[in-house]
Design a binder for this molecule. Structure first.
Ligand code: HEM
Length: 406
């Protein structure tokens, strides 16, 4: 049966539904008229990320590329071209100093923003987190900073690019317009840097995309350089989704609040937020050859899905997967191919997210700061609709921050 309609109407519940009805180590279905199989599990991650098995670039629908990633992005490459481009990101994002420099920008932007929240009747936490993250990541990336209104407009565009990738409704067209606007603006900036009409701080993401050379030795076109700069800015601002989920978790299970002062616990809390809440549903590619997975044939050309959300809730990997329990990540190492909210495999050679260390650090820092902030949640809709991709609490976490006593 073709599952395209089920994906559109059931969202995150689509794959769990299929798994419940399955027999055997994979699920077979059809998507957009094509044969598809769904995999999950630690070994499935190794199988899926092996380039001899699955090719990624052919399985990205244009509506996703035109909103979320950008045409010509690292996500759309395979093989040697991918590895050379990927080094641009791993170089910028894997070093502990880079991670802490970005985290410091985020905490500084948070500390500067929060006093104003007390002057307002109410703030929408998701929106304010996106502005804090935008201000911080533009500074860190070496992108000239705009005034308050420009930062808010950029934050709204970066959020829109994520919010509109999995729908063909108005959110999608807003995402395309946001991307076109920001690609044009940042391509001009890259051109100005190359012409020495604008400065790019040494070691910054702006300097790196302007100077990067691909596997063929050629520099990136200004537009693809802008696409890759956006592939640093946009997902950093997407940490707002996890920040809103962290606020949701602190409301539902306030017993974690006190422990968040401990940085090790804050990282465990960040990992549990990334595991527990729905964000990236799955990743996909095409079988490059006739394959066999645990005795099951997969014909060449079949669409292969790795069920990220499902794997993060697989009872074979997680004890009581639908219980929110940061302690599952304290005092022991987790197999990186078990916890896959940002993909699996080796980030240096495969498509796994190079922003995972940054995401954990930012989320731990934001959750710690939020837990220390006195605030109330006015009456609001805290439900998280699983039919919407990407989803978030319906009212995006409205907060009232009382004025500090004089
Ligand atoms: C909000 C939290 C984030 C989530 C949920 C997330 C999720 C993902 C996922 C699912 C992938 C695809 C993995 C695959 O194709 O196998 C990915 C790739 C990627 N992410 Fe993230 N990510 C996040 C944060 C970040 C950050 C903070 C950065 C950079 C600052 C980043 C940069 C990238 C890049 C450049 C890729 C493409 C990698 C490639 O194709 O080789 N992400 N991310």
């Amino acid at each position: 049966m073709d599952s395209t309609l089920a994906l559109a109407t059931e969202g995150y519940a689509w794959l769990p539904d299929l798994w419940r009805r399955r027999q055997g180590p994979l699920v077979r279905t059809r998507l957009l008229g094509r044969r598809a199989v769904v995999l999950r599990g630690v070994d499935a991650v190794g199988f899926f990320y092996d380039e001899r098995h699955v090719q990624r670039r052919t399985a990205l629908p244009d509506p996703v590329v035109a909103t979320l990633f950008g045409h010509g992005a690292v996500h759309t490459l395979d093989g040697a071209a991918h590895r050379t481009r990927k080094a641009l990101f791993t170089h910028l994002l894997s070093d502990a100093d880079d991670v802490s420099a970005l985290t410091d920008e985020v905490t500084a932007a948070w500390d500067a923003a929060v006093p104003d929240w007390a002057d307002r009747a109410e703030v929408v936490f998701f929106d304010e987190a996106s502005v804090v993250l935008t201000r911080a990541v533009t500074r860190w990336a070496g992108v000239p900073e705009g005034d308050e209104a420009e930062t808010r407009a950029l934050a709204a565009d970066l959020v829109a690019m994520v919010d509109g990738f999995a729908t063909l409704g108005p959110r999608h067209w807003r995402a395309r317009r946001a991307r076109a606007r920001q690609e044009a603006r940042l391509a001009e900036l890259v051109e100005a840097v190359r012409a020495r009409d604008a400065a790019a701080p040494e070691g910054s993401a702006l300097a790196a995309v302007a100077a990067h050379r691909d596997a063929d030795g050629a520099p990136l076109s200004a537009r693809v350089a802008a696409v890759e700069l956006l592939n640093v800015l946009r997902p950093t601002v997407a940490v707002s989704w996890f920040a809103a989920f962290a606020a949701h978790a602190l409301h539902r299970w306030p017993e974690h609040r006190a422990e968040l002062a401990d940085p090790a616990y804050a990282h465990a809390f960040a990992d549990e937020v990334r595991r527990f809440y729905p964000f990236a549903p799955f990743v996909a590619g095409h079988a490059v050859d006739d394959l066999t997975w645990r005795g099951e044939p997969i014909a060449a050309g079949t669409l292969v899905l790795l069920d990220l959300y499902g794997q993060n809730h697989d009872p074979a990997l997680w004890d009581e997967p639908y219980t929110f329990r940061p302690a599952r990540f304290t005092g022991r190492a987790t197999d990186p191919d078990a916890l896959v909210p940002q993909g699996g495999g080796d980030p240096a050679t495969g498509h796994r997210c190079p922003g995972e260390p940054v995401t954990r650090a930012l989320l731990a820092a934001l959750a710690g700061r939020l837990a220390a902030l006195p605030y109330e949640l006015p009456d609001q809709d805290l439900t998280i609709p699983l039919t919407r991709i990407p989803t978030r609490p319906r009212d995006a976490i409205r907060l009232h921050v009382p004025k500090p006593a004089a």
